[in-house]
Design a protein around this ligand. Sequence first.
Ligand code: MN
Length: 245
Amino acid sequence: MHRPLIGLTCHAWPGEILRSAVGQRYVDAIAVCGAAPISIPIGLERSAQRRIFEVLDGLFLPGGDDVGPERYGHTPHAMLGNVDPLRDELEITMAQWALQEDLPLLGICRGAQVVAVAAGGTLYQDIDDQLPAGLPHDVREHGREHLSHSVAVEPGSRLCAAIGCTTSTVNSLHHQAVRDVPAGFVVSARSEDGIIEAIEAPSKRFAVGVQCHPEWIWASSAPEYHGLFAAFVDAAAFRAATRAA
Ligand code: MN
């Protein structure tokens, strides 16, 4: 079977020379599962975005900065972090196309939030301020691989099938989270304090967003997350095979 072509959206890498960049961890995690990853730069016109989208077998939305709250009808909170309107536009556009056309879609951290917003959901802009009684979710002082809280995974969900378990302990590197789950989506994992840690669209071939960063832990402390990348790449491979047929 041919390797499915999976597009990863870039973020702006500012400096003397502006670059469109994508984290190598994401690339490696899906390449090892059989994908042919390609990066999608920011700043393209809609027609160029569409041309790229049309050759994809799957869409991968990586982690990153905050989504602009105007994208879900909210005003900026005092703790809102960096926002990049070009990246929001690229990712929300592509995620909406993916959902409309049932292209396999995986979002990680910010990517899960983009999936929610693209489908009509909303976000908490700062968990600590808006839900102060909960667990710490932006835990960076022990490194990105540190497992900081458990999640309860919904039995029977796509996520559960992919990782093969109903509880999991994960890293947590986010200060925002999904607030209102969009129509067509369900919650497939929560942390003990009730924060939404994964969403998915049951009617789609594969449309999943997870709030943790499995690209840092699948090869070490949380091997079950290899199954998430593998399930996504398998869905994209199936799409590629059925398209070719
Ligand atoms: Mn968390």
